[in-house]
Write a protein that binds this ligand. Sequence first.
Ligand SMILES: [Zn+2]
Length: 251
Amino acid sequence: MAGAVALPDHAARADPVSAAEAGRRLRTAYPAQIAAVDGGHIVWRDGTRMAIDDGKGEKSFNALLEDPDLADIFAIPYPRGEPAPPTVNADPGRARPDQFFDRMYGNCRKGGVEKNLVEVAWLPTRGVTKIKVTRINGVAEKLSAVSAELDALPSSFDAYLQPIAGTYSCRVIAGTGRLSTHGHGIAIDLALRHADYWRWSKPDSAGRYLWRNEIPLEIVRIFEKHGFIWGGRWYHYDTMHFEYRPELLID
Ligand SMILES: [Zn+2]
């Protein structure tokens, strides 16, 4: 993911939450999927067990993205409040264990996702856009609730809400071999014309990316209230991007 640019590795760290706490947050976030936490494992509703900690200890930043375990989801806390420049490599939510999310939402390369996609009328008072997201975990209903609240914002927000830049897409994350959460049907990109993305910027002489954002906090708060995290809270910022990750929003 570093591409041609050597990124500093300051944010690499050991898991700051215990396996038990990681399990508690996952079970709280996904009650329809996870029945219990037991002996360092989550127990899925069908009885399948999945280890929370892979025993590999402290990981580099790249390993956190390329080979995360369930506890690594929580290695970097997700901040709240006014948007602010993150510290180097603070990307809460970008550690996504494939085995966990593929099991919940399917693998789009194997046809496992599309059968669960449903249409949501996006901002119905502002137009007739239909978008597709997964029905699993109630994501479609939650995005409908987001849509209703966004739709109630004054017209001064229009430029940040429309046109949307995309929802479901079975593709890899630019510059990586990892599937995007757009391939799980849990992500939406807004406001292409007001978006900022770290890959569109050039690092400074120290290799650091300057954080930029135009997305208003009112929009971010509505998504977060319904379980969606925002890519504007990442050092590797992607300010148009929201994805359903309620486990990161549990206190
Ligand atoms: Zn996105």
